[in-house]
Design a protein around this ligand. Structure first.
Ligand SMILES: Cc1cc2nc3c(=O)[nH]c(=O)nc-3n(C[C@H](O)[C@H](O)[C@H](O)COP(=O)(O)O)c2cc1C
Length: 195
């Protein structure tokens, strides 16, 4: 991988919402997630796990999302043409995304441990997003309500008692790159305490 200045990449990376209809090869994705693994983790637990949905593997995943939305009341569950149209367009939208990477980690009962694992997983995700950007690959870090639906976890083969879903990354080559929204000057957030 061509290593461009990390400082440049940190500023230039954008969340990508529209993807080309072209898959990223597995070797590239492996390389991207390998950079992710250089994230720090307490006790070197490396708590991240990935389920990568692509090609036909997306069908069950997307159906499980729709069923979850119906269960939790975010989508209707009837034969109304409006409902069917909405479900079909949601399916079409999700299936058109080349890859979905669901990131999960072992649930810890102890809150401090839990926060440590989640924080490490977030560092893994950001490292991966930055590595992806340097490869011309776009990502969207998403958190959605189905991630809290135990039935959804079971439907994709996870144990809701043991596995915590941290995020789903939508991945592909960017069709368009959103504008840089800039950031609040850090001086507005930084309080220096000297005495
Ligand atoms: C934990 C987390 C969850 C996010 N969830 C979503 C999401 O569900 N949908 C979405 O469109 N963007 C989501 N984003 C992306 C943010 O909207 C995006 O990072 C922010 O607008 C800044 O844009 P940039 O990443 O292009 O700089 C999420 C980002 C983070 C860190």
């Amino acid at each position: 991988m061509n290593e461009i200045s990390i400082l440049h990449t940190i500023k230039e990376r954008r969340s990508v919402h529209a993807f080309e209809q072209k898959e990223v090869d597995l070797e590239t994705l492996n390389e991207i997630f390998t950079y992710g693994t250089y994230a720090p983790s307490h006790y070197m637990k490396e708590p991240w796990n990935i389920k990568l949905y692509q090609e036909n593997g997306k069908v069950n995943f997307v159906n499980s999302i729709i069923e979850s939305y119906q269960r939790i009341g975010m989508l209707n569950k009837n034969e109304d043409p409006k409902t069917i149209k909405m479900i079909n367009s949601m399916k079409e939208f999700l299936l058109a995304i080349p890859h979905h990477a669901l990131i999960y980690f072992p649930k810890e009962q102890d809150l401090v441990r839990y926060e440590e694992e989640y924080a490490a997983v977030c560092a893994f995700i950001q490292n991966s997003q930055l590595a992806a950007w340097e490869q011309g690959v776009g990502m969207l870090w998403t958190i959605t309500p189905y991630m809290h639906d135990p039935e959804f976890s079971r439907a994709i083969g996870l144990d809701p008692e043991k596995d915590k879903i941290a995020a789903v990354l939508q991945i592909g080559y960017p069709k368009s790159i959103p504008r840089n929204k800039g950031r609040t000057p850090i001086e507005e957030k930084l309080e220096v305490i000297r005495t």
